[in-house]
Design a protein. Sequence first.
Lengths: 230, 244
Amino acid sequence: MDSGFDFDVIERSLGYLFREGMVFTLTLTGLAMAGGIIFGTLLAMMRLSAFKPLSMIAGAYVNLMRSIPLLLVIFWFFFLVPYIGAWVVGADQPIRVGAFWSAVITFTMFEAAYYCEIMRAGIQSIARGQVWSGYALGLNYWQTMGHVVLPQAFRNMTPVLLTQTIILFQDTSLVYVISATDFLGAASKVANRDYRLVEMYSFVAVVYFIISYSLSLLVKRLQDRIAVIR
Amino acid sequence: MLLEQEPGGTGTYLQYLIVGLGWTLATALAAWLIALAIGSMIGTLRTTNLTWLVRIGNLYVEIFRNIPLIVQMFLWFFVFPELLPKELGDAIKQMPPPWSSYIPAVLCLGIFTSVRVAEQVRAGINSLPRGQRMAGTAMGLTQAQTYRYVILPQAFRIILPPLTSEFMNVIKNSSVALTIGLLELTGRARAMQEFSFHVFEAFATATVIYLLTNLIVVLLMRALEKKVRVPGLIAAGGAPQAGH
């Protein structure tokens, strides 16, 4: 390895790093956030359901996901998704799913467990009278949830949901283990090709730091602005 | 399947995974000691009135909180030895495996977790009534003595439940060490399915081992919490937190 920090290798690979890698990372983060919040909210409603089997299934799912390492979940889904896909479309051979969609499904399913706990706390923080007044107005369960409870729960929980999303953004770098070309994966390919590990990994760390830190500052400002006056 | 011999010739696959659990726990426990020591110190410093110490504490927390764990792992493994004087860096790189991955993994996880411990310690200290600190001062204690005898003994007992979940996070996060070549539980499950093609058995066994480990940690910590609970306080669940 040559001595001295080689900025040139970073400059040469900027296009590849951001157009391939960062686009992969951000798309994955966006899709998994959307999917995770929707599925997580449904899980939270199941967990709070008065129908015992439903709340037990949701509880077991959330606790299972929260007890095992994300890496193990990534391996599990990378192996299982082709079979589940085959079962869904009725094919008799496991279907080919690329690293990207495998990662989207993994992160959606995994983060849903964490979003679920946040949404559960959000729903539980709403005064019971809100639900009663919904029913008193003649709304059914879904209308009460959709128009009265969830909008308030989302509002109260937005900062925590966003903080969780920053963590999700950082955690997507673990798709490195299934050889996906996310931001870290792209950098690692350049690093190993040109034998410039110090430069590439330091650069990756700086980029992740700038993005995560700026986002966390934004969340902090948002938190001060939307805090409900009680 | 689990009782078949693994190709390395060290015993059955089950034994192979159990040794993996050993490495997982060895990594997690060593990292936890570092995390507790540094985390308590930084968390405490950030609640004092020493402005520049608070700033250093904030900087430390922001740096290690905003870089993904796997990237930090690579920094410790690939970059850190290059920054040291040449002899020392070479000595680190030439350590025999598994130590060459174990030591960077422990440092990385320890420091990564210390940030989260620091946040808990700070939250615990700030949750105490202000009167506690004033009472300490009124008794003629110095700031250091107030922390030692009044604030910290209460704060640590309050934050035991969130510390428990941080400890379980270290156990789970230690799996990231497989990316720098440490064959801990998840790494061994992956290796096992590569040798044997019994993917389902490998991952299912690892999952069960993680679940059992979690269960044991929860039971032990619950017993400890009961023992050290501050009389007269409602055991609070705490606010919801983001995590991974």
